[in-house]
Design a protein around this ligand. Structure first.
Ligand code: T46
Length: 135
């Protein structure tokens, strides 16, 4: 299955401030096996430029903002992440690029699998072939 969607996380707040909890089966539709975060991104830098074969992920801009470009092989959409109570869930063969990082952006990503370079498709033409079942 190939899809992406925004997930709204409930903010638990009290007089001390805010807290968001992410739990498998509640607001995360997979078991979380890995967490990584991207920060201190230099001005004008673009990242990503790949798709994943099996990985499911949720990306959250816990501070600052950045924009994901998502491409399913036939159309492209841009989604700006700028709120810690919103996560971008990506599943299946979606080509992704990230851009417009604010200097304070901290992008946390929850992943369904451990790091595996074999799960990456880093060549756009190969991505199109795989998406179109040509290889
Ligand atoms: C994704 C987007 C949103 C590791 O060794 N372990 C890891 O868990 C990760 C994520 C990366 N790396 C190594 C691989 C590269 O040598 O860290 C280096 C930078 O990774 P990459 O160039 O793939 O980073 P991005 O920002 O282009 O992509 C990352 C994720 O790799 C990718 O899964 O969907 O963020």
């Amino acid at each position: 299955m190939t899809s992406y969607k925004l997930i709204d996380f409930k903010t638990l707040g009290d007089e001390r401030g805010s807290l968001i909890a992410i739990e498998e089966g509640y607001n995360a539709p997979f078991q979380i096996k890995r967490v990584y975060y991207i920060f201190d991104t230099k001005k004008g830098i673009e990242r990503g430029f790949h798709a994943h074969i099996n990985l499911k992920q949720i990306a959250i801009a816990v501070k600052g903002s950045c924009t994901f470009v998502l491409d399913d092989g036939s159309s492209r959409e841009e989604i700006k992440l700028s709120n810690p109570n919103q996560g971008l869930f990506i599943e299946g063969l979606i080509w992704r690029e990230m851009k417009d990082f604010s200097s304070d952006c901290v992008l946390v990503v929850l992943a369904s699998e451990k790091y595996d370079e074999h799960d990456y498709i880093r060549d756009y033409d190969r991505f199109l072939k795989v998406v179109n079942n040509d290889s």
